[in-house]
Design a protein around this ligand. Structure first.
Ligand code: SF4
Ligand code: SF4
Length: 259
């Protein structure tokens, strides 16, 4: 959600300390909420569409645009900025009132002014997994660094509820890391659409899970089926497992013997 020129090169660890506070009294309040690139995670979309009382496809249509990753052919959803001169975020209520969806704002808004990256690491079991790292984003217009409040990166993540979002998106991010590997094929059109549906379009994915015969094909525990019927987060998490299976990354689902 920022220009890469403003990324500070040093890598931070969870205990790195910094001074920062963002509140309506800072002279730059809401200056960071226009003309920005915000890639949405699956959990961002779930929270925002529920906040607005929209179906997932309506949210996607009204508030997002797509970008295709050249290497993998994954389709990612980005928040659509306004068409006004400043290209304001659609959720910016006013320069004084700030964010109208604050408690459901995307994870990259929560992290700011910290940026987050992922690197591949090999676990003890020789499986490739990922490790998160952090860096500062210092934009000239941002005056929050002049405030006296001091945090560690870890305390900041707690305060902004970023950790909860990271937990929700963990399996999806892990999937992306494993796909970002030489030898992983680019997705064809069908898998590309399924990737998008299971990542972002939860209402359509629900129809797919419960209305396409998928449950007849795979061995899925009754408790998990019940959880998916009652809880969208459980459905989203099943979607990540489904994608790992579909993209040939892991045998996360087992076909029934009769199929
Ligand atoms: S979602 Fe809220 S915090 Fe994030 S850019 Fe938009 S107005 Fe700002
Ligand atoms: S520019 Fe920095 S201090 Fe100002 S509103 Fe945005 S995050 Fe807060």
């Amino acid at each position: 959600m920022f220009n890469t020129k403003v990324v500070q090169p040093s890598r931070l660890d969870p205990e790195t300390r910094f001074k920062f506070r963002c509140h309506p009294g800072v002279p730059c309040f809401t200056k960071c909420c226009s003309n920005i690139d915000i890639m949405l995670t699956p959990y961002d979309v779930l929270r925002l569409k529920n906040r607005l009382g929209l179906t997932s496809d309506k949210f996607i249509e009204d508030y997002t645009f797509m970008r295709t990753d050249d290497k993998s052919n994954h389709l990612y959803a980005y928040l659509k900025m306004g068409t006004d001169e400043e290209k304001r975020c659609p959720f910016l209520e006013s320069a004084e009132a700030g964010c109208s969806v604050y408690s459901d704002r995307p994870v990259s808004c929560r992290y700011y002014p910290i940026g987050q990256g992922l690197v591949k690491v090999e676990g003890e079991d020789k499986k490739t997994t990922h490790e998160e790292f952090y860096f500062f984003v210092r934009e000239e217009h941002c005056k929050g660094y002049n405030e006296p409040d001091e945090w560690t990166v870890d305390e900041w993540r707690d305060d902004q509820d970023s950790k909860h979002y990271d937990e929700m998106n963990l399996e999806w991010k892990e999937l992306l890391m494993r796909r970002d590997h030489p030898g992983q094929p680019k997705l064809g059109e069908n898998k590309q659409m399924q990737f998008f549906m299971a990542s972002y379009d939860m209402d359509r994915f629900r129809h797919f899970v419960f209305g396409s015969g998928l449950l007849d094909k795979f061995e899925i525990d009754e408790d998990e089926i019940k959880a998916m019927q009652e809880d969208e987060v459980a459905l989203m998490q099943f979607g990540f497992r489904y994608l790992k299976f579909l993209l040939g990354l892991e045998e996360t689902l087992k076909l029934k013997e009769s199929t």
